[in-house]
Design a protein. Structure first.
Length: 136
């Protein structure tokens, strides 16, 4: 019964974790913009979110455990199929660096806005559930 109530929160939780991971990848690209030979990385969010619903063994988050048996374990989101791949290079560079700062900044800000929207959605859903439970 509770699983039916929280299934949409699980999807949003997975989306939040994937947005966080994408933000880390994009920040790494921006940080290495001047590193010779660095290849920009990214992943397809929609495909990763679709695969996040099915637990995978051997993923980075699958090995994490909880500190209390009553805690909810994290769902694995990073499987071999949705690990960051290399972004396409739009402009050739003399130092073989494939980071396009305009593209990376735009993707970083877009991801940040979507992360904030997901957080607000989770917050709204949890408040709605709480008011339904308390009968307000």
């Amino acid at each position: 019964m509770l699983d039916k109530l929280t299934s949409s929160l699980n999807l949003q939780g997975n989306a939040l974790m994937l947005r966080s991971e994408r933000q880390r990848v994009l920040a790494s690209n921006i940080a290495n913009a001047d590193t010779p030979g660095y290849k920009a990385r990214d992943f397809k969010f929609a495909e990763a979110l679709q695969q996040a619903g099915t637990p995978q063994t051997g993923s980075r988050l699958a090995a994490q455990s909880t500190s209390n048996p009553r805690h909810i374990p994290l769902q694995p989101v990073a499987s071999g199929a949705n690990r960051p791949g290399y972004a396409l290079q739009t402009e050739p560079a003399l130092d073989n660096n494939s980071v396009d700062m305009d593209r990376e900044r735009a993707a970083f800000m877009d991801n940040a806005v979507r992360y904030e929207a997901t957080l607000r959605f989770i917050n709204y859903q949890s408040r709605t559930l709480q008011s339904a439970i308390t009968g307000q």
